[in-house]
Design a protein around this ligand. Structure first.
Ligand code: SF4
Length: 364
């Protein structure tokens, strides 16, 4: 059984003539295909995990590129997301997709020309648009099957003032190396200690595989990013996370890290119930107490989070002091307690937090 082997394809009739849709049908030429009028209507009938093996191909009519929604009470990090793929073949216990996408299948927007039209309209002279494809998907997990990089990267070369972050828990970087896009693409890895990967990030690449893929990208002139997110306070978390940072230090020169984010475990009440019901062997909910925050999500107590971030920051600075570190979905108060200042006051974050014309670095 491969990582992704759809048992059925549902394709929107209006997508049938799109070039990328035609390619997808060729990539999965053995898979039965059904044409449907409206994917969004069909999705409502695909509620459970067992429908994960359905591939939906759509001619998406809404905005593909959006400002990252952030979360209430947290500082916005000025990021944009392109939701070309929704859904993921990996299976992390804490994944917000269990809660957000009411459908276990994978959906691909085949109208990539629309993506480029939107991108051209969004980019502005003198402002760098930071864009990621990993909000509702892992950016590279499906790459060996759907070859999305072949659709995006050649066109991206012609676009100005944009950097595309491909965030992943895979090691599928080969297709990026076919293109000369080191000035337009950074590849980012979510990292956690291997024992957390074993228990809570099913089917994803091992820590060693992720670091080796990052090393290959660096060797080929690319900048990389890392995301300690979610940090999970397992009993010996300090030793475990210190060991991960040292593994990174031994393989990746700090100067090649474009940015690095930190975020503690967080979840909605409904996701907590999903974790309790579906992942009975996972212990992540038993490590520490969780309190409700202004955005409705549950997090570790603030002093616990501040202590956790300070520890991580100290270890990362021991690796390389020039790495731009930011917090994901945290308040001004936490920022000040961890860094002593806000992102705009920190020159190391200038390229991450440059205000974009139609965004503010505000507290949502
Ligand atoms: S890799 Fe990301 S998108 Fe995929 S299951 Fe894990 S958390 Fe969710």
């Amino acid at each position: 059984m491969t990582l992704f082997e759809p048992v059925k394809i549902l394709i929107e009739k209006s997508a049938l003539d799109l070039p990328y849709a035609q390619k997808l049908l060729r990539y999965f030429s053995e898979t039965p295909v059904q044409e449907v009028d409206e994917i969004q209507q069909t999705k409502k009938t695909l509620h459970d995990y067992f429908s994960k093996n359905v591939l939906l191909i759509t001619d998406y009519k809404g905005d593909i590129i959006k400002r990252c929604p952030g979360t209430r009470g947290a500082l916005c990090c000025n990021y944009y997301v392109a939701n070309i793929i929704n859904g993921c073949p990996f299976y992390c216990t804490y994944c917000i997709l269990h809660d957000y996408i009411n459908c276990g299948s994978v959906m691909i927007c085949a109208n990539t020309e629309k993506f480029f039209d939107e991108l051209r309209a969004k980019t502005r002279e003198k402002f760098l648009l930071r864009l990621g494809t990993g909000e509702l998907a892992d950016s590279l997990a499906l790459e060996p099957f759907v070859h999305l990089n072949d659709e995006l990267l050649p066109g991206l070369k012609e676009c100005k003032n944009v950097v595309l972050e491909l965030k992943t828990k895979s090691a599928f970087v080969d297709s990026i190396l076919k293109y000369d896009v080191a000035d337009k693409v950074v590849v980012g890895w979510s990292v956690n200690p291997q024992n957390i990967i074993d228990t809570d990030e099913y089917k994803s690449a091992s820590l060693k595989q992720r670091i080796e893929a990052a090393r290959i990208m660096v060797q080929n002139g690319y900048k990389v990013t890392f995301h300690f997110d979610p940090i999970i306070l397992v009993p010996d978390w300090q030793e475990q996370y210190r060991a991960v940072i040292r593994m990174l230090r031994d393989s990746i020169p700090g100067e090649q890290v474009a940015w690095l984010s930190l975020g503690g475990l967080r979840f909605t009440a409904s996701l907590r119930k999903i974790i309790q019901d579906r992942f009975k062997k996972s212990d992540i909910l038993s490590y520490g107490e969780f309190v409700p925050c202004p955005d409705g999500k549950l997090r570790y107590f603030r002093p616990v989070r501040v202590n956790m971030y300070r520890f991580m920051l100290k270890e990362i600075m021991a690796w390389n002091r020039s790495i731009p570190v930011y917090l994901c979905m945290e308040s001004q108060q936490v920022w000040k307690q961890v860094f002593g200042s806000l992102p705009l006051e920190r020159s190391a974050l200038a390229h991450v937090y440059t205000p974009y014309p139609d965004t503010d670095l505000h507290e949502e």
